[in-house]
Design a protein around this ligand. Structure first.
Ligand code: MN3
Length: 195
């Protein structure tokens, strides 16, 4: 999805910082994008700088070939390329007012979860169940839609998945507005999720 390579640049938000109000507050969006995501971009560039052989690689190529990279580079790449990939996806898959699933996707959701409400309940349960920091994703796998969670900045693409939707449940995504109440943040996210 992202053809960029070193030096990576901060993806501009596809909407204004205040565009997801009142679901996601402006200050959270500013800090999340301008500080948290930017830190992953900067740390990724710093890690790759001494390794010119990596400078033509996209985020996905870096993540998928991490086990073959020089040992000292493997963890920084998984953390930071993962952080950039996950956040790019997360920010792109939100929109003011949200974007509901297409008719085709809605049929699959109904087939695999019973109803949209049942899907939401299962997705919320999975997102709440992420211990510590991570993400919950909706992705096709094995001929059906599945809800998958990843820890920290592990990516769905490293699991061979191409997600349709995904929520960041790190505390920085919601703590300013919701404190420790992740459940309320997830409810707000459903109102801006872009499928
Ligand atoms: Mn985040």
């Amino acid at each position: 999805m992202n053809k960029q390579h070193y030096p990576f640049t901060l993806m501009p938000l596809p909407y204004g910082y205040n565009a997801l109000e009142p679901r996601i507050d402006t200050l959270t969006m500013q800090l999340h994008h301008d500080r948290h995501l930017k830190t992953y971009v900067d740390n990724l560039n710093a890690a790759l700088a001494p390794y010119p052989a990596t400078h033509g690689m996209t985020l996905a190529q870096l993540i998928l070939s991490a086990p073959k990279l020089p040992k000292a580079l493997q963890t920084p790449v998984l953390h930071n390329a993962g952080g950039v990939w996950n956040h790019d996806f997360f920010f792109k898959h939100m929109a003011p007012g949200g974007r509901p699933p297409s008719d085709a996707l809605r049929r699959l959701i109904n087939r695999d979860f019973g109803s949209c409400d049942a899907f939401k309940a299962k997705f919320k349960e999975a997102a709440l169940g992420v211990f510590g920091s991570g993400y919950a994703w909706l992705a096709p796998a094995g001929g059906r839609l599945r809800i998958v969670t990843t820890a920290n900045q592990d990516t769905p693409i490293a699991l061979g998945l191409r997600p349709i939707a995904g929520i960041d449940v790190w505390e920085h995504a919601y703590y300013l507005k919701h404190y420790n109440v992740r459940a309320d943040y997830i409810d707000d996210w459903f109102g801006v999720a872009a499928f």
